[in-house]
Design a binder for this molecule. Structure first.
Ligand code: FPP
Length: 246
């Protein structure tokens, strides 16, 4: 039986986050330039989004470009930005057909103006959609996000809008980029690396982590289904005992 048929739909996670890793190595294995890997990585994104829609997933958040990725060779950074512009442009119709709402988190002002324009246009156009919320983490750093949240809370205290004693986890969460999203229950990382790499550090406090050795350009919706199936086999205890949760 296929993994998809073994997924218990009422117990689907609401939010899946993915660290898409291994594009460069995938290209290198074939004697090609790294950019070839990124181009093929887009095919995986398309397939995984389709797979997520088939299961009525509510939120999918993809680590597309980290703040640290700006330090890559200039040509690679430019190629990824160009790829983003063309992909977002091409995918809008598909998002409309599939009822996908595009969203982005990160230090978006760092993006080249053309990229930001295309992104904002797609976010605006798809804002009427009510299905999957597809969030691209772009120029994203979780530590920066946390510092940014601390600063906005401090500003509210300074202006008298907020009392120090009223700061709690909920207030903190409401000041993160992800304020209007539930936390991911499942985090997937491809390419056999066992790291979080500054991704959604606050939000994954209780997420189940799933690592696969597949490189991102080889990852397809069947792999997503396998990860969800694996997630559903786990017992999530949230600090309690097995007897309590059962
Ligand atoms: C990680 O592989 C991948 C990236 C930093 C870029 C991911 C971008 C895409 C797949 C394009 C997606 C575009 C849209 C619009 C969603 P790596 O380069 O770090 O691989 P390596 O670890 O093998 O070097």
């Amino acid at each position: 039986m296929e993994y998809k048929d073994q997924i218990d739909l009422p117990r689907m996670p609401n939010h899946i986050a993915i660290i898409m890793d291994g594009n460069g190595r995938w290209a290198k294995e074939q004697g090609k330039l790294r950019v070839f890997g990124h181009h093929n990585g887009v095919l995986s994104v398309r397939d995984v989004v389709e797979g997520a829609c088939e299961l009525d997933l509510k939120y999918l958040t993809l680590y597309t470009f980290s703040s640290e990725n700006w330090n890559r060779p200039k040509l690679e950074v430019m190629a990824i930005m160009e790829l983003m512009v063309s992909t977002i442009h091409k995918e809008i119709n598909n998002f409309m057909k599939k009822n996908v709402r595009l969203n982005a988190i990160g230090d978006l002002d760092m993006l080249p103006p053309k990229c930001l324009r295309e992104l904002n246009k797609a976010i605006e156009t798809t804002s009427v959609n009510t299905g999957l919320v597809l969030t691209l983490a772009l120029s994203y750093s979780s530590r920066r996000e946390i510092v940014f949240a601390a600063k906005s809370i401090a500003a509210k205290v300074q202006s008298g809008q907020l009392n120090i004693d009223d700061i709690n986890e909920e207030v903190f969460e409401n000041n993160l980029y992800t304020a209007d999203m539930p936390d991911p229950e499942l985090l997937i990382r491809t390419s056999g690396e066992y790291r979080i790499s500054n991704y959604l550090l606050w939000q994954i406090a209780y997420a189940e982590l799933y690592f696969t050795s597949k490189l991102w350009p080889d990852f397809r919706k069947e792999d997503l289904y396998e990860a969800i199936y694996n997630y559903q086999k786990r017992e999530r205890r949230f600090g309690m005992t097995s007897e309590q949760v059962n």
